[in-house]
Design a binder for this molecule. Structure first.
Ligand SMILES: Nc1ncnc2c1ncn2[C@@H]1O[C@H](COP(=O)(O)OP(=O)(O)OP(=O)(O)O)[C@@H](O)[C@H]1O
Length: 301
């Protein structure tokens, strides 16, 4: 494990923003850090990165105690904060040179590092522009390049894709997946599809408490429930399907019904029997497993 967070606690006045938070992250994997607004995500990230202090617990980065030795651990972490603070009047290349200088990276090594990052983040054509002239997606790339300038082992990104258009969103996600190949990457996000698209591990936090911390596949497979959606030309009554687990009308109103069941095969047979007995005109029947958004809503509500 390159990052181990154990029993982290943080108080703001009397409010417990973090309550014994524990999870860990491994190299080569992306961990999606999920939670509703105010759950404690940014607080956790700020503690790991040494921006604020914890009131209890421990953080280990590459086996070193981050809370006891912040100066030793800080170079091992790259951080892109939620609002990506950049100097808008600086040129892209100038800003990266400045950022490298903060970590004491100088001379040929600095030039090589910047060349590599401009290439990796697709910033080459923009390197002589002022940061203030860049689009939001390109500013995020500058923030990512800055977070990576000192080649950290652990990279923490706080909502890096918020506000991006669909094309830039895909490009930044691809870039994040590429970065994660040889690093431990933690990604805070509200976008469930993002987690399903690029994360292997997931941590769900709510009101300062961890509700789930495991591989995404495990989290999804713990729920054996299946959702059937039936659509007919006629209006349907939930009570006809009660015995097989109908829970609500679907998006298309009373002409479609959602059925949550354990045994999809039996449920489909029962549905077809009802369709025949009531002489209904079937438009469609579809089947899906619970997605992360449904699991998230269930465990955080
Ligand atoms: N400096 C502070 N002083 C007092 N309370 C704070 C401070 N920072 C955060 N909080 C509170 O701590 C709780 C956790 O906040 P935090 O910003 O960590 O949540 P979050 O999960 O990152 O939320 P969001 O998704 O909205 O960014 C919230 O109730 C917030 O109001």
């Amino acid at each position: 494990m390159s990052l181990e967070v154990s029993q982290l606690t943080k108080l703001y006045g009397t409010q417990k923003a973090l309550d014994t938070v524990s999870f860990s992250a491994s190299p080569g994997r992306i961990l999606g850090f999920l939670g509703p607004n105010g759950a404690g995500k940014s607080t956790t990230m700020k503690i790991i990165t040494g921006f604020i202090q914890a009131d209890g617990g421990a953080v280990k980065v590459m086996g070193k105690d981050a809370l006891e030795n912040p100066k030793l651990v800080s170079p091992m972490i790259g951080y892109l904060p939620e609002h990506n603070p950049l100097y808008l009047d600086m040129y892209v290349r100038e800003f990266l040179e400045f950022s490298a200088g903060i970590y004491g990276i100088r001379g040929a090594k600095r030039q090589e590092r910047i060349k590599d990052l401009l290439q990796k983040t697709g910033l080459n054509p923009e390197q002589h522009k002022k940061i203030g002239q860049l689009s939001k997606g390109y500013r995020q790339r500058v923030g990512l390049a800055k977070a990576l300038i000192h080649d950290p082992q652990v990279v923490i990104l706080d909502e890096p894709t918020t506000g991006l258009d669909p094309n830039q969103l895909v490009e930044i996600r691809n870039l994040i997946s590429d970065i994660a190949k040889d690093k431990t990457l933690i990604l805070s996000t509200h976008i469930m599809q993002e987690v399903e698209a690029i994360c292997q591990d997931v941590v769900i936090i709510n009101k300062g408490k961890i509700l789930a911390a495991e591989a995404l596949e495990n989290l999804k497979s713990t729920s054996s429930e299946v959702r059937l959606e039936l659509e007919t030309e006629e209006s349907l009554e939930l009570e006809w399907f009660e015995s097989i687990g109908a829970t609500s009308y679907g998006n298309k109103g009373k002409n479609s019904v959602n059925i949550i069941c354990q045994d999809a095969s039996e449920a489909r047979k029962s549905v077809m029997k009802i369709v025949q007995e009531r002489n209904l005109n079937l438009i469609s029947m579809s089947q899906s497993k619970k997605n992360l958004e449904q699991i998230f809503r269930e465990i955080t509500k």
